[in-house]
Every structure is written in structure tokens, then in C-alpha cells.
Write a protein of this length. Structure first.
Length: 86
């Protein structure tokens, strides 16, 4: 240490854990928002295609004598769209 003790303090300032945690939280929130925006932008077109296919298959089912199929679980695209607010 000796005469150069000030350089160590200058190169590595004490870490403010609260500030670091707040920055990490802000980064996480902004990342979630960004992912949500991307999801809405890019997955909405996929959801529109899925809706069109479902509507087409529903109308074919009605024309085919009214036979109804059991509801299917949502696709991965639909689930991601719902999570992203699409």
C-alpha cells in the first residue's frame, strides 16, 4: 500500500449495493417492456394468422353438420401473445 494507497481507492470505489440493486431492477423492467413491445409488434401478425385459421376451421365445422370439436389448448404463439398483452 504505502505511498500509492490513493490509487486503489480511486480505481475501485466502494460499491453502493442499493444503487446497484436499483439499477438492476430498472434494467429488468425496461427489458420486460422491450420484450413486450417486440412481442406485440412481431407476434401480433402471427396471432392474426392463427385467428384467421381458427375462424376458417370453425366455419368449416359449422357447415359440416354442426359437429363441434373439443377446445384445444392455446398454442405457444397465443400464450406468448397473451403474456405480452397482444
Amino acid at each position: 500500500e504505502g505511498a500509492f494507497f490513493f490509487t486503489r481507492r480511486r480505481l475501485s470505489p466502494p460499491m453502493d449495493k442499493r444503487n446497484t440493486r436499483d439499477k438492476a431492477e430498472d434494467l429488468r423492467i425496461s427489458s420486460v417492456r422491450h420484450i413486450g413491445e417486440l412481442g406485440v409488434r412481431y407476434l401480433s401478425s402471427l396471432n392474426i394468422e392463427d385467428r384467421a385459421l381458427r375462424q376458417q376451421s370453425h366455419s368449416e365445422g359449422v357447415q359440416g353438420g354442426g359437429k363441434r370439436e373439443a377446445p384445444r389448448p392455446p398454442s405457444v404463439r397465443e400464450a406468448v401473445g397473451l403474456m405480452c398483452g397482444a
